[in-house]
Design a protein around this ligand. Structure first.
Ligand code: ADP
Length: 663
């Protein structure tokens, strides 16, 4: 159907109006709706409505001429295009009308000629262009205010989050952690997850507002990949997967790139590959193509995971796009990682593509033009340490104070975490200078560090400069260097400088623990104090005596489930946890009475409300309460005979209210 074009005709002579109308009717391709006024005040009032696509304005309107209406309309910033109609040709008038803002000027005797047809079409298409421009400006302005809003909101949220994370970490490091380490770790993990989400949202808003600046510096490629491997290998192993990073062709040792962003992209692709792969491997393969002309690096991240359907392949690079349904999906994430990565790659002048086969795996390929050091030779790379799944059984039990020195926060905390799991205490420094200061500070009050683990590549003061300064201070403790530069010749040089040992990057858990056992005191007799509040309260022997009521909790988020069990235990209710709908139905077949059945609405295998429907068919007894992130539809709840629902986050008070009326 043709869109209707609204035309205002301002004409005090009826014959001329009819003539104009007839000529307009003759024009093909339009469906006009005409509105006729004879008086200038009415003409202005109509124009002010902004309702018209075009105005045909007679020059002679009784005592007033069309020119003054035109001037008035222009001064009121009316955007409707106006075409002036006049009885005779007058070049001077023509000029004045155009200067006053008319779109065109037509003599009435030309009304039935092609000149009229052209004038109308031209005026209308100008109007469309103007309209598009206005809409574009508005969309840009909307985008800008949205970006300002997101940036402001993210900031406002990050500030309190910083305190939450900071104080939690402080408590975990203090004596207090013995009483609530499990709860504190839950706060820390969830806080960090929230912070990651916020960082992603902020990144995306910076990218869309064109505010993201890339900082390209000279980067040691092997070093960067080793760090990425160290970080990702832990979660690969936790998921029983093999991770490898190899090169198919020799690669430049140093490249010029924004290292932080390049790491971010690699981590996003590898963590997705791990997240969506149940068994098999994740392989990262780098190669150099067109090595002579403009060297281009290809990075392929291939997994043997669930794959992506062909219809979804294009969408996954858009923000918030996820293949699975948001309610039933099992994996964490907001669907921002790939959108950010692909934008970052575009900004680096590269591109990302994906091929995938459902149930067989995916392959993401980055193609990046490289800036390289002219003189440096290319080298082969092979980062592939884990031959098999490593069990934690080799973890030693140790005591001692270890200083970890690395400029990368995630590598610092990864090394810290691995050291801490042995029972040793950990302190951190971001560079050689900070390490030196910490060592001097300690020498004045406490016993010196039992061990220092130090990266070689750091800003401010690198590892080589730091070891000289530290040894000069008289520090006699052990110092291990960490480096991805695997040349044999490097070790004697480092020992000569004052290091006791050299550990290769990427960090290998077993090798690190081996070294720690060599340099720290064994503590296998005393078990690390790790009695948590939850362990005490959820001990079945303790609970059986006092807890009389029972609850079946259907919740897939383990942190939230743990918290709920703890709160319910305090209310003398014994909780049994199942993580999905099918397990709930199975448990109900074995035992169909619980005082309370708490069901999360977003379960991995079905919607919580569908589960309630199935349970009703099974005729179970006990009160069903729905847990949800937003208010569920009351009418659906009443159809399902669910009297109450709880809005997350769950508080003790709400649970108290619900459980006080249980029968
Ligand atoms: P997130 O992982 O946080 O949801 P991403 O933008 O990184 O966000 O990924 C978007 C979606 O693309 C994922 O939710 C997933 O559905 C799909 N996806 C990404 N990588 C893979 C992969 N390697 N295998 C299967 N699906 C993937």
């Amino acid at each position: 159907m043709k869109e209707v074009t609204h035309i205002l005709i301002v004409e005090d002579d009826e014959d001329d109006y009819v003539l104009t109308k007839d000529c307009l009717d003759e024009l093909s391709g339009y469906s006009f709706k005409l509105f006729w006024v004879t008086h200038h005040t009415l003409a202005l009032r109509e124009l002010q409505t902004g309702h018209y696509d075009l105005c045909l304005l007679d020059y002679r309107l009784g005592e007033i001429d069309g020119l003054s209406i035109l001037q008035e309309a222009t001064s009121q910033q009316i955007t409707t295009p106006i075409v002036m109609l006049t009885g005779q040709s007058d070049e001077q008038l023509d000029q004045m009308a155009l200067e006053a803002g008319a779109q065109d000027f037509i003599i009435k005797s030309d009304l039935s000629s092609p000149r009229f047809d052209r004038a109308i079409r031209y005026a209308l298409s100008r109007k469309e262009i103007q309209q598009e421009k206005l809409e574009r400006q508005k969309a840009e302005e909307d985008n800008r205010s949205k970006d300002r809003f997101i940036a402001h909101l993210s900031h406002e949220l990050r500030t309190p989050l910083t305190s939450i994370l900071g104080y939690t970490e402080m408590l975990l490091e203090s004596e207090m952690h013995k009483y609530a380490s499990s709860e504190l770790n839950i706060i820390l993990n969830n806080g960090q997850h929230l912070l990651n989400l916020l960082n992603d949202v902020l990144d995306l808003s910076k990218i869309t507002a064109d505010k993201l600046e890339l900082k390209a510096t000279k980067v040691d490629l092997g070093e960067l990949l080793s760090d990425v491997y160290s970080l990702m290998n832990m979660s690969a192993l936790d998921n029983g997967l093999m991770l490898s990073i190899t090169s198919a062709t020799p690669l430049p040792e140093k490249i010029i790139i924004d290292a932080t962003r390049f790491r971010q992209i690699l981590i996003n692709l590898i963590s997705n590959a791990i997240k969506f792969t149940k068994e098999g491997s994740v392989k990262v393969e780098l190669s150099l193509v067109d090595a002579t002309q403009t060297p281009t690096m290809l990075v392929k991240v291939t997994d043997t995971g669930i794959g992506i359907g062909q219809d979804k392949l294009v969408d996954i690079f858009r923000p918030f796009e996820q293949v699975e349904d948001i309610v039933t999906r099992k994996e964490e994430g907001a669907g921002l990682g790939l959108a950010i990565s692909s934008e970052l790659i575009n900004r680096m002048g590269g591109e990302i593509s994906v091929t995938s086969k459902q149930d067989f795996g995916s392959c993401f390929t980055i193609r990046l033009k490289l800036q390289v050091e002219e003189s440096a030779p290319n080298k082969h790379l092979d980062i592939h340490l884990s031959k098999k799944y490593q069990q934690d059984t080799d973890k030693p039990k140790l005591i001692g104070d270890v200083l970890i020195v690395d400029d990368l926060v995630d590598i610092r905390s990864l090394t810290g975490h691995l050291v801490q799991t042995t029972g040793a205490n950990v302190e951190f420094a971001e560079n050689g200078l900070e390490a030196l200061n910490k060592i001097i500070e300690r020498s004045q009050s406490k016993p010196e560090f039992s061990l220092v683990i130090m990266d070689l590549h750091m800003p401010m003061m690198n590892g080589r400069e730091a070891i000289i300064a530290i040894r000069k201070q008289g520090f006699t403790g052990r110092i291990i260097a960490m480096t991805a530069t695997l040349q044999q010749s490097i070790k004697p040089e480092l020992i000569q400088l004052g290091f006791d040992d050299v550990l290769a990057k990427p960090i290998d858990k077993k090798i690190l623990w081996g070294s720690l056992s060599k340099y720290l005191t064994n503590n296998s007799v005393t078990a690390p104090p790790n009695v948590t509040l939850l362990a005490e309260t959820s001990n079945p022997n303790n609970l059986e005596l006092t807890q009389t009521k029972t609850c079946l909790l259907v919740e897939d988020d383990s942190d939230s489930a743990q918290l709920m069990s703890l709160l319910l235990a305090k209310l003398n209710i014994k909780t049994t946890l199942v993580k999905d709908g099918r397990s709930c139905i199975r448990s109900m077949k074995e035992r169909n009475h619980w005082n309370l059945i708490l069901i999360d609405i977003g379960l991995p295998d079905m919607n919580g409300l569908d589960l309630v429907k199935k349970l009703r068919e099974q005729k179970i007894s006990g009160e069903i309460v729905i847990l949800s992130g937003e208010e569920p539809d009351r009418s659906i709840l009443s159809q399902l005979k669910v009297r109450r629902s709880i809005l997350k986050p769950v508080s003790m008070n709400v649970l108290k209210k619900i459980t006080s009326t249980l029968t």
